[in-house]
Design a protein. Structure first.
Length: 202
């Protein structure tokens, strides 16, 4: 098995500008009214009047044990052994939406024909799911650097081999990463209450 790739997100650097989600749509030529492969949501904590809000950028988590892959009746979804990226073969997808029911993060989206698409770490451009693209070993392999990474103005999003991302992560982020099914390292150190509130659920 090759080096697994993942996302790294630092909530301390995210300003909630939505550049990540907009650039994702532009890279993949998706209409403005189509469902987003990457979204920005706000996590709120506290009680009025002491309320705080933290923007969180979310996409497919490329889960270590992807539940969408397990339920697909056509084996259209694959957790790639060579780089850990979860892809979809749109040619064999029948649009049953089982993956949407199984995914705890709301990652799968569907076109007018009901065929699934989602974040593929920019293995390819357009509506395809990255199926049959070459493995990522370096940033330039298998397609361009993810659009969300390229266009994040606060440098809050990174993508790369898990070993490289772990090397710059805090101890708290690594502990969260070890306990979550999502293949995303999350920094959330604004304060203890907010850090505890950051879980990738919808």
């Amino acid at each position: 098995m090759g080096e697994q790739w993942a996302f790294y997100f630092d909530a301390n650097k995210c300003i909630g500008c939505h550049a990540c989600s907009v650039s994702c749509k532009q890279r993949h030529d998706r209409d403005s009214d189509q469902d987003e492969w990457r979204t920005v949501r706000n996590v709120e904590s506290g009680e009025f009047p002491d309320v705080s809000s933290m923007p969180i950028s979310m996409s497919c988590m490329h889960c270590a044990d992807a539940p969408c892959e397990k339920v697909c009746p056509c084996n259209s979804i694959e957790k790639r052994e060579e780089d850990g990226i979860v892809t979809v073969d749109r040619d064999s997808c029948i649009g049953c939406h089982y993956c949407a029911w199984a995914c705890p993060y709301g990652a799968p989206t569907y076109d007018d024909g009901g065929i699934m698409s989602k974040c593929n770490m920019c293995l390819g451009e357009g509506p395809g799911g990255g199926h049959d693209m070459p493995p990522r070993e370096e940033q330039e392999d298998g397609g361009s650097t993810p659009a969300c990474v390229d266009n994040c103005v606060g440098d809050a999003i990174k993508a790369g081999p898990v070993s490289e991302l772990k090397a710059e992560a805090s101890k708290e982020a690594l502990e969260r990463f070890a306990s979550e099914p999502a293949n995303v390292i999350v920094e959330a150190d604004r304060d203890d209450d907010e850090a505890g509130a950051v879980t990738y659920e919808v």
